[in-house]
Design a protein around this ligand. Structure first.
Ligand code: PBG
Length: 328
């Protein structure tokens, strides 16, 4: 054939492929979500093989292993005893609660570890919702935002570096910024779950924390999976309200949203490869249907290529081990 253009010439040698490569993936791109509980043993999570509700001891060991391969960002998610759950979720701002105590223990051991905390009431709320539920079943926006401010302040006092509101209430980013600044936490960052969809891919996470809604669903606050323009609107609001980082969640099925926000905003972008995405890759790999290392790294590279600067992923430690050669 008489071809002027042969794109394969740029793929012919590993050294050429190396400089033509547009996207990088390394341990510095991962935030490691970790489940914790007050018990003395690590409790495996059936729908998330390789993940567990960690005891204090288990958590310290996991963070140590992650740091050894370059993962220095962790996000904490608490499994809270049923007896501590109330309709207003007040355990969320107990200064002696599981999250503040854990932050202090981690900072004690590793002052330079970056800790991300979840701002939402679902682990603490007896109704299993991210917000306060009215007797008629409505999720109360403004009352919830007030509670979220108390929660974020409690986390900042304990030493959280980045607070990450995952609740999807209106106006919470500005309210959190003002509350944090009002108490002198001008350095505490806000990573906003900007476009968080009402997704069935959160199933295993809710098993992990035993936090599924007792009634109803989350569709009056989380976004409709059918909508893209609405994500741009949420991004504009989070920007003017003072967010430092925007996030799209889930990641894999929403790469178009990530790419759209990349074009629309100059803020750094995060993406959350959620529990259901993790479970799918694990299950198929366990059956020998997929090559785990290759599909996991490809899934993460795809999220980076779509526009994410940083990725919340349960594969953080494992992927960093592969990328650094610590694991075959
Ligand atoms: C709740 C929260 C959820 C996740 C992170 N924070 C679940 C939900 O909204 O129901 C999901 C994470 C995952 O599935 O990995 N505030």
């Amino acid at each position: 054939m008489n071809l002027l253009q042969r794109p394969r010439r740029n793929r012919k040698h590993p050294a050429i492929r190396a400089f033509v490569r547009e996207t990088t993936l390394g341990p510095e791109h991962f935030i490691y979500p970790l489940f914790i509980h007050a018990g003395d043993d690590d409790e495996p999570i059936a729908s998330m093989p390789g993940c567990a509700r960690l005891s204090r001891k288990g958590l310290l060991a996991e963070v140590e292993a992650a740091r050894a391969v370059g993962v220095n960002l962790v996000a904490l998610f608490p499994a809270v005893a049923e007896a501590l759950k109330t309709s207003d979720g007040r355990e969320a701002w107990n200064p002696n609660g599981l999250i503040p105590e854990t932050i202090k223990a981690l900072k004690d051991r590793w002052p330079d570890l970056v800790i991300v905390t979840d701002v939402a009431l679902d682990p603490y709320n007896s109704d299993g919702h991210d917000g306060i539920v009215a007797p008629d079943g409505r999720i109360l926006n403004d009352e919830t935002v007030e509670a979220l401010c108390a929660q974020a302040l409690c986390q900042a006092h304990a030493g959280a570096d980045i607070v990450a509101p995952s609740d999807m209430m209106d106006g919470r980013v500005q309210a959190l910024r003002e509350a944090l600044d009002g108490e002198g936490f001008t350095d505490a960052s806000i990573l906003a779950y900007t476009a968080k969809y009402a997704s069935a891919f959160y199933g295993p996470f809710r098993d992990a924390l035993d936090s599924a809604p007792k009634s109803g669903d989350k569709k009056t606050y989380q976004m409709d999976p059918a909508n893209a323009r609405e994500a741009l609107r949420e991004a504009e609001l989070d920007e003017v309200e003072g967010a430092d980082i925007l996030m799209v969640k889930p990641a894999g099925p929403y790469l178009d949203i990530l790419a759209a926000l990349r074009r629309a905003s100059n803020l750094p972008l995060a993406a959350y490869q959620v529990s259901g995405e993790y479970a799918m890759l694990k299950a198929a790999s366990e059956r020998g249907w997929l090559d785990e290392k290759r599909v996991v790294l490809e899934s993460l590279l795809g999220i980076r290529r779509a526009g994410a600067d940083v990725i919340f992923t349960y594969f953080a430690r494992q992927a960093a081990e592969w990328l650094t050669g610590a694991r075959k």
